[in-house]
Design a binder for this molecule. Structure first.
Ligand code: SF4
Length: 393
């Protein structure tokens, strides 16, 4: 790796302290610099300028409705290929089961359900509309954050007759959808796309979904899956594309990205399992550089499931101001030894934040503060894992 010149880094430092925007080359210089202490300090300067020592979390629950998927992205360990005869550890949840989990989450104090799944080859668009409506009937106050841009594009194709992105988003919004998660972005680069997820829709469609969501007043998040076949320069270009989109949304759209979430690639059980995945230092650098490059995105989140709780805690001094939530159930990635019950109690998440010298602030999905007269009830029984209910059973 070529080390950037001292003059370039001095200029970066001056710009950050003056609140000026960094260029692509300056972002790359931060990756290449061995001075990780300066990087952390600069990212923390921006973080404290925006949020002081406040650090956010929420009480939420993830629901994965199916792991059947028509695609085979190489980095993915979640999907199972469809077979009408079933596949041993594949599942598809009924709308009633999803609503029951949402009700259980609400009873445990959750303000949000986060719902994503594979691109199922058989489920009709009505299933997704029914899912939102049934959740809203079972738990009217829960915010439904659901469906990555890739799923939204899938819905436009399976709807009969076919629908536009706007029509799909408006129909889901009318059924109860509150906002979009940021998944499916991976790395906005044609070379990386062709190498690691060739058949998946690319950045044009991803941005079309989020632009349309922002136009109709629906907030969303953005992500970057890093640490597989991409280079540092390709990561920085990804960040610049997010920044440009956010500029346009802030200028003349009704909503925008609330948070950016860098997601480290977890190789286990994927077709890229021979890759080592990113190191802790790459994770910290990526979180910090995201904070520095994305001067127009309010929040940088360290998703503790993928960053690990310990690194997520440390990152609160490296530009991060949000650790996500209690999660409870997560099937998309599993480190060796972890199952689908991946839960963080409120007490533990608040302790992680407090020990890092920050003030823990409970937020809802849209970053409004949540004030409770009484603490949320203790964790409910973990959801069923392993053999999961199948549609119609
Ligand atoms: S990343 Fe998403 S679209 Fe790709 S195989 Fe996995 S579930 Fe399917």
């Amino acid at each position: 790796m070529i080390q950037p010149s001292t003059a370039l880094l001095t200029d970066v430092e001056r710009k950050v302290r003056n609140g000026e925007r960094l260029t692509l080359d300056e972002g790359l210089a931060l990756y290449e610099s061995p001075d990780i202490h300066l990087l952390g300090e600069l990212a923390n300067t921006v973080r404290e300028r925006l949020h002081g020592r406040r650090a956010y979390y929420n009480i939420n629950r993830h629901i994965n409705y199916t792991n059947y998927c028509v695609l085979r992205c190489k980095f993915c360990s979640f999907y199972r290929p469809w077979s009408k005869d079933g596949v041993p550890d594949a599942y598809e949840l009924s709308v009633e089961e999803i609503a029951a989990r949402a009700r259980q989450a609400a009873d445990a104090g959750a303000t949000e359900v986060h719902i994503v799944g594979g691109l199922h080859p058989r489920l009709p668009f009505d299933y997704y509309l029914d899912m939102c409506r049934t959740i809203k009937t079972a738990a009217p106050d829960l915010h439904i954050k659901a469906f990555t841009a890739i799923e939204i594009i899938h819905f436009t194709r399976i709807a009969s007759p076919r629908m536009t992105v706007r029509e799909v988003l408006e129909a889901l919004r009318d059924a109860g959808l509150g906002s979009l998660p940021g998944g499916g972005a991976e790395i906005f680069d044609e070379r990386v796309h062709d190498e690691a997820y060739k058949n998946k829709v690319g950045e044009v469609e991803w941005f079309e979904v989020h632009r349309t969501a922002h136009e109709i007043g629906m907030f969303s998040n953005a992500t970057m899956l890093y640490g597989h076949v991409e280079t540092a320069a390709e990561r920085i270009r990804h960040l610049v594309k997010i920044r440009e989109h956010q500029d346009a949304s802030l200028a003349d759209r009704a909503a925008h990205f609330n948070a950016f979430i860098p997601l480290p690639f977890i190789p286990e059980h994927s077709a890229l399992a021979d890759l080592p995945g990113p190191t802790g230092l790459t994770n910290l650098k990526t979180l910090a550089i995201s904070r520095l490059m994305l001067d127009n995105v309010p929040h940088i989140k360290a998703f503790w499931i993928m960053q690990t709780p310990k690194l997520a805690q440390v990152s609160l001094d490296w530009g991060v101001d949000d650790l996500d939530g209690t999660v409870v159930y997560y099937d998309i990635t599993k480190r060796e030894g972890s199952g689908t019950h991946q839960e963080m109690t409120v007490d533990r998440i608040r302790r992680l934040i407090s020990e890092a010298g920050c003030a823990p602030i409970e937020r809802d999905t849209l970053y409004n503060e949540v004030h409770r007269a009484t603490p949320p009830p203790p964790p409910a029984a973990p959801p069923v894992s392993g053999a999961l209910p199948i549609l119609g059973q």
